[in-house]
Ligand binder design. Structure first.
Ligand code: NAD
Ligand code: ZN
Length: 355
């Protein structure tokens, strides 16, 4: 069965295009008492970007904290705050920040029109009603969250996205100037998320010309960003992220993402750094990718944390392995239909014990 997936219908790209946000939203603004909700990563509180948000009289500016990656309970709380703010639905939700903030904006826009808790919808195509109009504005590039049909959330029972066509943004605004000021380590980890998406997609058994076309361009841009020196590296990274997201949309990620989910579930490790830590142990699976990744680390003076799992109990290791091996499509993409013979429980355990 071929997937028939939707894509983000409107894209604006270019340095300074954030200044056109007001104009973009104008088309969506309704009558007198209607309003927009701007969801802003609180790292920008009292910073220049906050003052550039085109707030109108009734609009609501909601600061969100992403020190911990988004939880379903946090989404429920934010939806409650919007419902308390006004009895009518907003005209739009605008998420400004990295992958976490964009995911929060997607989830909030869905949960304003769907009953119950965000945890009820973790899975595939469980959403019943279309979301409120929502816009994604990345300030950190690599996750591909700006283009994906999921919002990754940690719920009481599982870390799993709300995957649906309604999850997709209606509009993205890609302004490379917004990447200025990202701490170097974070810039690298999130950028490597994109590089790893490309490696996993291009080395996967699900590969097809659609995914290859986007993946090859994305990995080429990543090489320019992380191995060469270009003035317009932020423009390139934004496009790499977008193309990497398109590549995995029609294929799948692989071993690194599966193992990083286990790590993140048990230790709360953030996505970008978790992928980097894991990838560094996957020489046997992605030899050329890992070799190039190490060159990128060296060029940027990145040191990864070691001995993360040294103090874990056997039960925690068991949970990690089970979470990772539960992600069957990722393993099948990596190793094919017989993946269970290749990535056994013991092999996954041995990899985690080395991390
Ligand atoms: P993030 O959004 O978690 O942000 C990381 C840190 O960078 C935060 O402290 C944030 O405040 C800060 N930051 C963001 N922009 C900044 C800027 N311009 N200047 C200074 N600091 C800035 O990081 P991320 O790596 O972009 O996103 C990771 C999240 O994305 C995870 O929650 C992961 O689950 C999710 N994710 C989603 C998808 C998807 O398709 N929906 C794909 C991959 C990852
Ligand atoms: Zn990723």
């Amino acid at each position: 069965m071929y997937r028939n997936f939707s894509v983000v219908p409107k894209v604006m790209f270019g340095r300074g295009c954030f200044n056109q946000l007001d104009e973009v939203l104008q088309e969506r603004r309704g009558s007198n008492n209607s309003y927009m909700v701007f969801i802003l990563d609180d790292v920008f509180q009292d910073r220049a970007l906050e003052n550039r948000i085109p707030l109108r009289d009734n609009d609501y500016l909601l600061h969100v904290n992403v020190d911990v990656e988004p939880k379903t309970s946090y989404i429920d709380e934010l939806v409650g705050r919007i419902n308390n703010f006004s009895p009518v639905l907003p005209d739009g939700i605008i998420g400004i920040g990295g992958g976490s903030t964009m995911d929060i904006a997607k989830a909030v826009s869905l949960m304003l029109t769907n009953e119950g808790s965000a945890a009820d919808y973790q899975g595939w195509d469980l959403i019943k009603n279309p979301a409120v109009y929502h816009v994604g504005i990345p300030t950190l590039s690599g996750t591909g969250a700006e283009v994906s049909r999921t919002t990754v959330l940690t719920g009481p029972e599982k870390k799993l996205g709300i995957n649906s066509d309604y999850t997709l943004f209606d509009q993205m605004i890609l302004d490379p100037e917004l990447l200025v000021g990202v701490p170097k380590d974070q810039w690298f980890y999130t950028g490597m998320d994109c590089y790893i998406h490309d490696v996993e997609s291009l080395h996967g058994t699900y590969l097809n010309e659609f995914s290859r076309a986007y993946g090859e361009k994305s990995i080429d841009l990543c090489r320019q960003v992380f191995l060469e020196d270009h003035e317009e590296h932020d423009d390139k990274l934004m496009m790499a992220s977008l193309f990497g997201g398109m590549s995995i949309a029609y294929s799948q990620v692989g071993a690194c993402h599966a193992l990083s989910y286990g790590l993140s579930f048990v230790l709360g490790t953030h996505h970008g750094i978790g992928c980097c830590i894991t990838f560094d142990y996957l020489d046997e699976v992605y030899p050329t990718g890992v070799e190039e990744f190490r060159k990128m680390m060296e060029k940027h003076g990145i040191e990864l944390p070691r001995n993360l799992t040294g103090n874990l109990s056997e039960q925690q290791f068991d949970t990690m392995v089970k979470v990772a091996l539960g992600l069957a499509p990722l393993w099948e993409n990596c190793f094919g239909k017989d993946w269970q013979k290749i990535m056994t429980y013991d092999r996954a355990m041995e990899l985690y014990k080395r991390m």
